[in-house]
Design a protein around this ligand. Structure first.
Ligand code: E4P
Length: 221
């Protein structure tokens, strides 16, 4: 499963990228707005992220009509080769996906909440399809079950689209997505850092180092 970071914060991206396991980044208008300080515009921010990360970087349009979505998509695609344009899963977004794919622009269909939307996104040719699990859980429904259904729909017909488990809120969301064979999972920085943590690792490491240091002289180290 590819691991993406869901942030527009450059420091977070470079910190996780240094681990050597980061496959891409997802941003959205909210995440870019969170980083706005009046010094860099959103295109500069995206350009820097695209240069830092080798894999896909998603950037979202804010228009809601097909033609204006497409014009934004063309603009975003100019930023770097690894840009994937996010279109919301609405009729205009499906039409924009079809047209953008015909122009060679790569698409991440976002704000997906059902297997029915997944089927349409796959038929329109989206490269990535992003079901938002956490937001489904937020309305007292089963996000993980919806993810399983979305994956099933894509696999049943061998659509080339990849399912991108999104809106993940804790490490178990990531583990469950991997068990369901989701192609990709995107998560915030704090969830990513929690994936590596285990108290027994810390305790074990301390003991190894202490034992080594106590016997250093006898070991000739
Ligand atoms: C994915 O591409 C979205 O940016 C993201 O996962 C949304 O997560 P949220 O529901 O925590 O805002």
């Amino acid at each position: 499963m590819k691991l993406f970071l869901d942030t527009a914060n450059f420091k977070e991206i470079s910190e996780i990228n240094a681990w050597g396991v980061l496959d891409g980044v997802t941003t959205n208008p909210t995440l870019l707005a969170n980083e706005a300080d009046g010094k860099k515009d959103y295109k500069q921010m995206l350009k820097e992220i695209c240069a830092e990360v080798e894999g896909a970087v998603s950037a979202e349009v804010v228009s809601t009509e097909t033609e204006s979505m497409l014009s934004e998509a063309r603009d975003l695609a100019q930023i770097a080769e690894n840009i994937y344009v996010k279109f919301p899963c609405i009729p205009a977004g499906l039409a924009a996906t079809k047209a953008a794919r015909a122009e060679g622009i790569r698409v991440n269909m976002t704000l997906v909440f059902s297997p029915a939307q997944t089927l349409l996104a796959a038929k329109a040719g989206a490269n990535f399809i992003s079901p938002f699990l956490g937001r489904i859980d937020d309305v007292a429904s089963g996000g993980m079950d919806i993810l399983a259904q979305c994956i099933e729909v894509v696999k049943n017909y061998d659509f080339p689209s990849e399912v991108l488990a999104s809106s993940l809120r804790h490490p178990m969301h990531v583990v469950e997505a991997a068990r369901l064979e989701s192609d990709i999972a995107t998560m915030p920085f704090d969830v990513f850092t929690k994936l590596v943590k285990h108290p027994l690792t810390d305790i074990g490491l301390k003991r190894f180092i202490d034992d080594w240091n106590n016997a250093r002289e006898a070991l000739g180290a």
